[in-house]
Design a protein around this ligand. Structure first.
Ligand SMILES: NC(=O)c1ccc[n+]([C@@H]2O[C@H](COP(=O)([O-])OP(=O)(O)OC[C@H]3O[C@@H](n4cnc5c(N)ncnc54)[C@H](OP(=O)(O)O)[C@@H]3O)[C@@H](O)[C@H]2O)c1
Length: 427
């Protein structure tokens, strides 16, 4: 076999969460990569792929569309077309299909409960209605399951010849991304902190389908794909996840380690099931996972925080005139002096920033202490600047309540003389 790094590798869906990370890793390892996207005019996707080291000489982008990959028919047709294309190429040795654990549910055929293990022998019974599902999620289960079955059946099809078929049913993938937004699977993890109703429902759907949540880090996912590619010969189905946990265990980890966020009590009370993670196939082949549960969960938080910040910067920089007349500074009310550089040289200051939730770990005990200290620091900074003529503070009417001091009722008018009595308990 020639030196592997001389090989050309095709990645379909190259701009997606997993696809883009895989493309980057393949380039780093010296491979030449053919990646497909649906729209080569989408500069946001093309530009970030072409920014990867090595992309200028070893990345070639192609336009390709499966039509609607969530549709089972289209997904199977695409799998067949890709398999046939591999055979016709006379160069492709192996197809590695990014499958999903939605095809490996340990649910009993009659839906009466779960088997006590999950491994590569499990196939999701497609005749059931699944808890927390909706038509899109059910279609995803059917589509991923039947497509994976088809891919594996090509492996024993004499028309397909020598092309090896491998499927990697992945757990829920967490960790950072090169994309400028938080990938959906990362959003599923952090739904436990953000209370995202749609994403939390999807997480619970997966848990009810697969018994618990198999989870895996994006870096291990890409390494596992490349590992399967670099084997001299390999065929079949390999479950890919390094941890099998309940949503309440994830919620509990976030509650303990990220106390600045509120984790709803109901999220901590999810089901706890005794189902054995019974697969060792990938590990027996020699694959080593590098990321444990803690690393996966921590990297989901880092990814979401980074993308949240990046999308704010991108939004501001997209405004007309921003390129020449908008200067951004980093400043935090919990670190009041940090506003100083932004204020220097200005004529007017609008003080709009305010924390809505308390951030622990600073010298302030609550948001009141922090916001007063910041207001003082900003006012002093305005004075020191020698240029600022006016400071305009964005207050709120909740400080101007017409409630009587003794809480016995309301005054008959509300105006600037009103100040909310802070000694009352408010309804
Ligand atoms: N993330 C997970 O937790 C997870 C877990 C198990 C399995 N998987 C599987 O991993 C694969 C990638 O998932 P992901 O999380 O990376 O999702 P993603 O970020 O949404 O990426 C999906 C990719 O599919 C491409 N695509 C969508 N519709 C298409 C169409 N009609 N024709 C051709 N390409 C199309 C997109 O291409 P464009 O960029 O051109 O739009 C994109 O590159 C999927 O097969 C998914 O089932 C993911």
């Amino acid at each position: 076999m020639e030196k592997m790094s001389k090989c050309k590798v095709c990645v379909t869906g190259g701009a997606g969460y997993i696809g883009s990370c895989l493309v980057k890793k393949l380039l780093e390892k010296g491979y030449t990569v053919h990646a497909t996207l649906r729209n080569l005019d989408d500069r946001s996707k093309v530009d970030f792929l072409m920014s990867f080291p090595g992309a200028d000489t070893r990345l070639v982008l192609f336009e390709a569309d499966i039509y609607d990959p969530k549709t089972t028919e289209a997904s199977i047709a695409a799998a067949k077309s890709i398999a046939m294309s591999c055979v016709r190429s006379r160069s492709v040795r192996r197809v590695i299909y990014t499958a999903s654990v939605v095809s490996t549910s340990p649910l009993m055929e009659d839906g009466s409960g779960f088997k006590d293990f999950i491994d590569e022998t499990c196939w999701t019974p497609l005749n059931l209605s699944y808890a927390y599902s909706n038509p899109n999620l059910t279609e995803y289960v059917v589509s991923k399951t039947l497509t994976e079955e088809h891919i594996l059946s090509y492996g024993t099809d004499s028309n397909i010849g020598e092309v090896e078929m491998v499927t990697l049913p992945l757990g829920v993938v967490g960790g950072d991304t090169f994309q400028s937004y938080t990938p959906l699977s990362v959003a599923l993890f952090i739904s436990l902190l953000t209370n995202g109703e749609f994403t939390y429902q999807a997480l619970r759907f997966l848990e009810e389908l697969v018994g618990k949540l198999p989870i895996v880090h994006i870096d291990d996912v890409c390494e596992a794909h490349i590992f399967c590619m670099e084997q001299p010969s390999i065929r079949g189905r390999f479950l890919c996840a390094n941890s099998y946990v309940s949503s309440s265990e994830i919620a509990d980890y976030y509650r303990k380690n990220y106390p600045e966020h509120h984790v709803k009590q109901e999220y901590l009370n999810g089901p706890e099931r005794e189902i054995k993670w019974g697969t060792t196939k990938l590990i027996e082949k020699g694959f080593v996972y590098k990321y444990d549960t803690k690393m996966i969960l921590d990297d989901c938080i880092k990814c979401a925080k980074k993308n949240d910040d990046r999308s704010k910067v991108d939004l501001l920089k997209s405004f007309n005139g921003a390129d020449s007349r908008l200067v951004l500074f980093e400043a935090d009310i919990y670190d009041p002096d940090t506003f100083d550089p932004a204020i220097q040289g200005c004529d007017f200051v609008f003080h709009v920033a305010t924390p809505l939730l308390h951030t622990q770990g600073y010298q302030f005990n609550n948001t009141t202490e922090a916001t007063i200290a910041a207001a003082k620091s900003i006012a002093m900074s305005c004075v020191r600047s020698g240029t600022v003529r006016r400071l305009i503070y964005t207050g709120t009417v909740i400080s101007a309540s017409p409630l009587m001091e003794d809480g016995s009722g309301f005054k008959d008018s509300i105006d600037e003389t009103c100040w909310t009595p802070l000694n009352l308990s408010f309804a």
